[in-house]
Design a protein around this ligand. Structure first.
Ligand SMILES: Cc1cc2nc3c(=O)[nH]c(=O)nc-3n(C[C@H](O)[C@H](O)[C@H](O)COP(=O)(O)OP(=O)(O)OC[C@H]3O[C@@H](n4cnc5c(N)ncnc54)[C@H](O)[C@@H]3O)c2cc1C
Length: 325
């Protein structure tokens, strides 16, 4: 029977959302396999975070070491290689953040495990674990089986699993000694670099007008700034707009930008890549304008307009102004 292990991700002594999403997936999988869901926490101070995790699963293995102040891939891989040695067969579930992507491939090699990254679904069929992921720029869904693998490592797409606290875990925390003493690490954590803070806080906005590559190569940004102002909102964007230096980084929405929760999110010329959608999953009302009726953004939008943003944005502004007269 494969037990399911969930690797916690933390930053500055706080468990990250990816931990809880992985916990949701791990609990589901363990229930379907009829096995245990066990949390793994590697941190410089474990007590508080381990207690929170233990309230949500059967057991937590918590290892304390200064080297785990961050998810240092070198330290994590070496520790998990030793920790998991006698636990085969297993499924190890974790988020899909940059830190995890830095360690998951090397870890799977060390653990002699199959690896599936960025999965948005997990299921058990005839006792076997299967994972769902996307291919070809998110156009095709693929169901993956791990037929000949005893051990499986899976990373999960942000937002794919919703965590609902149960508070029904056993509360058991096991604290083995860190195996890192005497092992020299090639990587060292130097410090955090805080993101640039701007004049606009898009995370706090109720209304967001967000522009993407579809606004064109040499867009007139004043059209979109003016629309955002008319709507009483702020202007945000997808990553290509920042890459082109059309807006500063603190306007970028998404997994490597800012996570926003506005009451209304108007997406103009944005395709809806998952890295962008990961930043707007908390928004209850998404309105999209895109000239491609098959753009993925329409799958999450409550309202959609198929058309040219450069025509629709000024038209929308005109209508709003007229309605106020
Ligand atoms: C590690 C990593 C992190 C990332 N983090 C982020 C992130 O935080 N945020 C983010 O946004 N992206 C992020 N990305 C990039 C992401 O994968 C996509 O490339 C990006 O979101 C695409 O932006 P877009 O929708 O503006 O452009 P595109 O995908 O090029 O889409 C443009 C859309 O505009 C439409 N269009 C074109 N012309 C018009 C027109 N005249 N009128 C209407 N519609 C039109 C097209 O049909 C298309 O759907 C990340 C990528 C990686 C690898």
């Amino acid at each position: 029977m494969k037990d399911v292990y969930v690797l916690a991700e933390h930053r500055k002594q706080q468990l990250r959302d990816t931990t809880w999403e992985a916990m949701a997936a791990g609990r589901k999988l363990a229930a379907e396999l009829g096995s245990q869901c066990i949390g793994i926490l590697l941190a410089d101070k474990v007590d508080e975070m381990a207690a929170k995790m233990a309230a949500e699963c059967q057991k937590v293995i918590a290892i304390e070491d200064k080297a785990f102040e961050t998810l240092n891939s070198d330290a994590v891989i070496q520790t998990l290689a030793l920790l998991m040695k006698d636990r085969s067969p297993f499924v190890l579930v974790m988020g899909n953040s940059n830190s995890i992507l830095d360690l998951a491939p090397g870890l799977s090699v060390k653990l002699d495990a199959a690896l599936a990254t960025d999965c948005f679904g997990l299921e058990v069929m005839e006792g076997q674990v299967r994972a769902l992921r996307q291919k070809y720029s998110y156009k095709v869904n693929t169901l993956i089986s791990f037929k000949n693998a005893d051990n499986v490592v899976v990373t999960l797409r942000g937002g794919a699993f919703t965590f609902v606290p149960s508070g029904q875990g056993s509360g058991t925390v096991e604290k083995p000694a860190s195996p890192l003493g005497g092992i020299s690490l090639k990587k060292r954590f130097l410090g955090y670099v805080e993101a640039e803070k701007g004049d606009v806080d898009i995370a706090a906005a109720d209304i967001i007008v967000s522009v993407g590559r579809g606004i064109g190569d040499e867009p007139d940004m004043s059209v979109f700034e003016s629309l955002a102002e008319t709507m009483g909102g702020v202007l945000a964007c997808s990553r290509p707009i920042v890459d082109k230096n059309l807006l500063p980084k603190y306007h970028q929405v998404g997994t490597s930008g800012v996570e926003v929760k506005p009451k209304v999110y108007l997406a103009l010329g944005i395709s809806g890549a998952f890295q962008h959608l990961g930043g707007i999953k908390g928004s209850p009302l998404i309105v999209a304008v895109n000239k491609d009726p098959k753009a993925p953004i329409f799958r999450v939008a409550q309202y959609g307009v198929v058309g040219d943003v450069n025509e629709i944005a000024p038209l929308l502004q005109e209508k709003i102004e007229q309605s106020r007269k």
